[in-house]
Design a protein around this ligand. Sequence first.
Ligand SMILES: [Zn+2]
Length: 249
Amino acid sequence: MSLVAPVVSAPGARSAEEIAALHRHRVDKAVAWFREAAEGRTPRLCPICGYRGAFSPVRFKTETWCPSCDSRPRHRLLKLWMEREMRLAPGAEVIHFAAEPWVRGWLEDRGAHYRTADINDKFELQLDITAMDLPDASADMIIANHVLEHVDDARALSEMHRVLRPGGQAVITVPMIEGWTETYEAPGLDEPGRRLRYGDPDHLRFYGRDIRDRIRRAGFDLAEFPAVEPDVSTHALQRGERIFTGTKL
Ligand SMILES: [Zn+2]
């Protein structure tokens, strides 16, 4: 049963019955297609846990979830960035908001002093990223993977800049649309509105490519690590998703 009642106004348009039948046909085809694609058509390799095989769907996205270690595309991209680009001196102070479990072992093996942080008390540091109870210039890396879209990002970026030492890095990912010049945010949207416009009721905006200006405005020197082929196919990444790194000069 369709939840949306069809309205037909143009002369010669399909009848309500024809529309309902065609709509049903399209829905059935899409569901069948999704069922097949959701099984995972191509074996992928998880750079975090080494699993090779079918990846599981998440919501509408097929081949997204590593069924061995629960990683999602942004986690796998972070691992590739760490392997290829990250430079951390032994003893470096790393603070990780919304932390995934695998990061600790990997960074501690490389000599980092690693601590998890979040607004709730389930992590080592209970911190509000927009007002961190930490001294100036006291950390070498702050990782905020899909955090900024939940908070006042200007305050969060300014706080990250304050807490980092010169040469320290903010490591940032956000949901964004590269084709948008400007970030979309409509203050005052209710929960259904946020779900519709941002794809998630807990998000406060959907970033456009001006995310770069927001990071630079906080004083950071910006670099990017995008998901490109052949990594996208090999590791089931999201095409064009990117890790932004802001270095405090
Ligand atoms: Zn995995």
